[in-house]
Design a protein around this ligand. Structure first.
Ligand code: ADP
Length: 400
């Protein structure tokens, strides 16, 4: 079975074509600057990357170009679109109703349109990607895989915010959680690697990238997570503040006269590691600057590490135990220094890592960094959200 996975952003369309029999990626790439020019980077294993500048007026035109490249004689990996058996879409938000990966029907698209107000950035491009596929490949099964659905079993006392209840009931203001596909993938991978049924494991998964979230996975189900109504909540991120006293927001708006849009821009794009360090949102640059004695870079690192530690600790308390800790995504998979700092002084919780293994880890594969004899297994697991989407798509398309 061949599955095309699509991830539509506001001006981008990422794609990967999987051969599910071999779990191989046949081709992948990214269309960027959609609606404002257009570029495509197209990659195939063991071939040079192909790059082009081409007018991409909308997501439909971008998808047309992707399908052309996938089938083209020179750059293609299939000879006809008909070889694609199903399409899987990454959809950030499934709202309260779409609790599981779903075959796309008219009513699914309609519901996604109704929740655009709570998902204004990611909703419209995801819907555009879905509609483009329905127009170009109407008879193909299409599946939506939601970042939020891993959290659909979270209990109400963990997702209802302690504000007047009507804001939950009427306005759907609640914790939704994000990055669920990544947390679901790495926790399942870890259980496989440990050779234990996931139902018996208590795991904390740390997805640390430009956007970061931490999830408590108890018995294979997410029971709590750091991101909330939006991906803004939780630990400090590349440019996002994470959780802060909400009064800071109203105070700054009142005293500086910021509009809601300006305030959102500050909290989303000018805060986090960038805001504190004044140097960069990239953890590598912050680490270098901190090593060279930059105090604010050092402070930014400490805030990041402390936020991660606090979440791990609180999730151990919520789960009443911990069997395994997982690091994933850009920082989690690559920055040994952050992993070391997070795991420092955590013996009380059973977390102890082998510092040499952690520093000399092998990139791109699951890697055990547990210290011998430690109670908690600590692993680096490279995430693969696209593959997880492909697996769900295969399952649902086969039942169709
Ligand atoms: P996004 O949330 O945008 O998907 P990523 O998962 O790519 O972000 O993570 C970006 C972060 O990961 C950056 O802070 C960067 O410093 C770090 N990172 C990514 N790749 C590497 C690498 N090879 N070595 C060290 N750090 C890396």
């Amino acid at each position: 079975m061949k599955i095309l996975v699509l991830n539509a952003g506001s001006s981008s369309l990422k794609y990967q074509l999987f051969n599910m029999e071999t779990s191989e990626v046949l081709a992948k790439g990214n269309c960027e600057r959609i609606g404002a020019g257009g570029t495509v980077t197209h990659k195939r294993p063991n071939s040079d990357n192909y790059f082009e500048e081409i007018e991409l007026a909308d997501h439909g035109k971008a998808l047309e170009r992707v399908l052309y490249l996938l089938c083209s004689e020179e750059y293609g990996v299939i000879s006809d679109i008909k070889e694609i058996d199903a399409v899987g879409h990454r959809v950030a938000h499934g709202g309260e109703q779409l609790k599981e990966s779903s075959l796309i029907t008219e009513s699914v698209v309609k519901y996604l349109e109704t929740i655009i107000p709570i998902n204004p950035l990611h909703g419209p491009p995801a819907i555009a990607g879905i509609k483009a596929c329905l127009a170009l490949m109407p008879s193909l099964p299409q599946v939506a895989v939601f970042d939020t659905s891993f959290y659909s079993d979270i209990e109400d006392f963990r997702y209802v915010y302690p504000i007047p209840y009507e804001f939950y009931e009427n306005d759907k203001v609640r914790r939704y959680g994000f990055h669920g596909t990544s947390h679901r993938y790495v926790s399942a991978e870890l259980a496989k690697i440990l050779g234990k049924p996931i139902e018996q494991l208590k795991i904390v998964t740390c997805h640390l990238g430009n956007g970061s979230s931490i999830t408590a996975v108890d018995g294979g189900k997410a029971i709590d997570t750091s991101m909330g109504f939006t991906p803004q909540e939780g630990i400090a991120m590349g440019t996002r503040s994470g959780s802060i006293d909400p009064t800071v927001v109203t105070y700054l708006m009142k005293t500086k006269g910021y509009t809601p849009e300006q305030m959102e821009d500050i909290l989303n794009k000018k805060s986090g590691l960038l805001g504190v360090s004044g140097i960069s949102n990239d953890c590598r640059n912050i680490y270098e600057a901190a090593k060279n004695g930059d105090n604010r870079a050092e402070l930014a690192m400490k805030i990041l590490v402390n936020g991660i530690k606090k979440h791990i600790g609180s999730y151990v308390a919520e789960m009443n135990g911990l069997d395994a800790l997982v690091f994933t995504a850009g920082i989690g998979e690559n920055q040994w220094n952050i992993r070391e700092a997070v795991c420092e002084n955590m013996e009380y919780l059973g977390i102890e890592i082998d510092k040499e293994r952690n520093k000399n880890f092998t990139r791109g594969i699951p890697f055990d960094i547990t210290k011998e004899g430690a109670k908690v297994a600590t692993w680096i697991i490279p995430t693969d959200e696209e593959y997880m989407i492909a697996i769900d798509t295969q399952r649902l398309a086969s039942q169709n």
